[in-house]
Write a protein that binds this ligand. Sequence first.
Ligand code: SAM
Ligand code: GLN
Length: 294
Amino acid sequence: MMADEIWTIGRILKWTEQYFGGKGVESPRLDAEVLLSHVLGKERIYLYVHFDEPLEKGELAAYKDLIRQRVQRVPVAYLVGHREFMGLPFQVSRATLVPRPETELLVQAALERLKGFAGDSLLFADIGTGTGAICLSVLHFLPDSKAVTVDISPEAIAVAKKNAEAMGLSERVEFLEGDLLAPLEGRRFAAILSNPPYIPDGDLSGLSPEVRDNEPITALAGGVDGLDFYRRLCKDAPALLEQNGFLAFEVGIHQAAAVAGMAEENPLIARTEILKDLAGIARVVIAWRGDGAR
Ligand code: SAM
Ligand code: GLN
């Protein structure tokens, strides 16, 4: 890219799309547009109606810096500092997993099932909260609910707290730092939700560079078979559920049957459900304490 040439929005998008494509970036055009609209402080739609507008020097320099990082496979969400989830804007940092679209299935499943609970018993927990994507979405869409969240990473909790504030939800959520259920002893919940780390150790090296080289390993690594966190949660979480409460977990590919089996081994669990995502992958496991009938 020559510094002294005139770069219009249209021209630089075209150039970046080709450059990203050649470097193996998965959605070159979309990424180019998201990064450029971030630099310009505009919506993406602005780009389409200003193709002929030239970039200023400072804008060009800032954009070039983002391009350089993107071809080093830094995720777009880390470069722009946010990611949409359930139609809501979440701040992200390198201490947090970038919320994934498949996790919206867990939120939707939790929302449908929590609607059956009376207002004053509507307390749920979110274990391994990261950005707060799961718990803050449920709180947003279920105005009578309250949440307790746990994460082992203080840096992630700081991001989740900022998101809660920005969404006006701080009053309804408690953030606890600690190991899985340890900070919750003695409490009872209508539901315990979690998208724990679930990548088997042997699969970590085969993840995309965006994930493997950028996202926090503590958000990903689930032990030899990827199931370490489910083992612990299935053993101890049912005792923290109200009668007729439920566990809802996101699981990785080919893990659902094993996780449902672990839940059923707990004598407090009466029934499990497995839900498939849009790609047809069994993605969410629900486990009911009591008969689950409400
Ligand atoms: N809930 C977020 C989401 O769905 O986007 C983040 C999920 S990420 C896969 C897992 C999260 O669990 C990370 O934020 C990580 O810091 C946290 N975590 C890892 N080990 C933990 C532990 N032993 N106790 C509590 N949280 C843990
Ligand atoms: N869905 C993430 C991935 O495929 C993993 C998240 C997790 O371990 N819970 O990279």
